[in-house]
Ligand binder design. Structure first.
Ligand SMILES: *Cc1c(COP(=O)(O)O)cnc(C)c1O
Length: 366
């Protein structure tokens, strides 16, 4: 059969996608603090390590495709029916399945910006168009502007709370009000990847809103507070009918046996996880207070990271930090996101931040 193409062409929108920029990794053999990917600095929870070892001999078998044990454990943890839970190979994979299940070519997905860089990529891979609504001067979602950006073409709105990379979180009242504004045929996805680190009044609890809002999808992950970023497990909580669609759009056997067993074990370590999160939050308070004392203005930091709005000096700051042994995540022309890590790493970062201001006293860097 004749075909006029001389080579395989990629979809033009895929060809034009920006690459996801991962947080920098340390060069081999060099002692550096990796504060570039919002990981927690603790070693694997011992009970999770033991569960992974137990799975080893069975790795010749496919995992449980329905992730039964993990889904049941999550259902019990949240007090919801198992039919509401969809697990995936990281919550980024679940996000892709959610968008694949609802978007058609030409649809729009509304999101705050700057927000999580995976959102526009996942939107475009799903064939839809990202509509980015600027965060306000304090790095917060502008929910009124986001509601106003909803059109007939809008299939989904993505809310990120706390917002990566700027830091502020939404309140439950804000989310509730937003859900009452948005038409019921528009999917609202609330990404609570950093929920465990929130220490403000009226924190969001997306799972509690799913009963009243059929269009709400809540995204959670084991990558942050549970410290399992390398294992790749995340999940969505949504009404049963939607969840069935997300599962249908997912890769079969997409979550490995190791990831399933590790996540179940981690869920059973609530006290240890809480203690670790409390430690990170205490360090976050110390870092924010010290930066404020130095003269930096930091948006409200409710995740395990802080945002320095450095504008065109973002890359230079990251280069300076790297030279001194601290890897941070620069967003060129916008700012730098610095994860809260181990105490020594945080101290070194604080020294670098203080020197930066001192070296530029009189310049407008804030
Ligand atoms: C880190 C992060 C996630 C987690 O992604 P996984 O695929 O579960 O590792 C999700 N959303 C946001 C906003 C994040 O920053």
């Amino acid at each position: 059969m004749a075909n006029p193409r001389s080579s395989v062409s990629l979809r033009p929108d895929i060809d034009a996608l920006p690459a996801y920029v991962p947080g920098e990794r340390p060069a081999k053999g060099r002692q550096v603090y990796k504060l570039s990917s919002n990981e927690v600095p603790f070693p694997l929870l011992p009970a999770v390590g033991a569960a992974l070892v137990d799975v080893g001999p069975d790795l010749n078998r496919y995992p449980d495709m329905h992730a039964t044990r993990l889904v049941e454990a999550l259902a019990e943890h949240h007090g919801v029916k198992p039919g509401r839970i969809t697990v995936g190979n990281g919550s980024v994979a679940v996000l892709a399945h959610v968008l694949a299940a609802v978007c058609e070519p030409g649809d729009e997905v509304v999101m705050a910006w700057r927000s999580f860089e995976a959102y526009p990529i996942a939107t475009q891979v799903a064939g839809a168009r990202p509509v980015q609504v600027p965060v306000d001067a304090a790095g917060r979602h502008d929910l009124d502007a986001m509601a106003a950006a909803v059109t007939e073409r809008t299939r989904a709105v993505l809310l990120c709370s706390p917002n990566n990379p700027t830091g502020p979180a939404l309140t439950q009242s804000e989310v509730r009000r937003f859900l009452e504004t948005v038409p019921p045929g528009v999917l609202v996805l609330l990404d609570e990847a950093y929920l465990e680190f929130v220490r403000q009044d009226d924190p969001t609890d997306g799972v509690a809103l799913v009963d009243d809002h059929k269009n709400l999808v809540v995204l959670r992950t084991f990558s942050k507070a549970y410290g399992l970023a390398g294992l790749r497990v995340g999940y969505a909580v949504a009404r049963r009918r939607l969840s069935a669609g997300f599962r249908a759009a997912a890769t079969p056997f997409g979550v490995s046996s190791m990831a399933l067993a590790g996540a179940v074990a981690a869920l059973n370590c609530q006290d240890e996880v809480r203690a670790r999160v409390d430690h990170v939050v205490a360090e976050r308070t110390r870092v924010v207070d010290a930066l404020t004392e130095q003269g930096w203005r930091i948006p409200d930091a409710q995740g395990n990271f802080v945002w320095l709005e450095l504008g065109r000096r973002a890359t230079a700051f990251a280069d300076t930090a790297r030279a001194q042994g601290v890897l941070v995540r620069a967003f060129a022309g916008e700012g730098v996101r610095v994860s809260v890590g181990e105490r020594d790493g945080n101290d070194l970062f604080l020294d670098i931040a203080a020197d930066w201001l001192r070296d530029r006293a009189g310049l407008s860097v804030l």
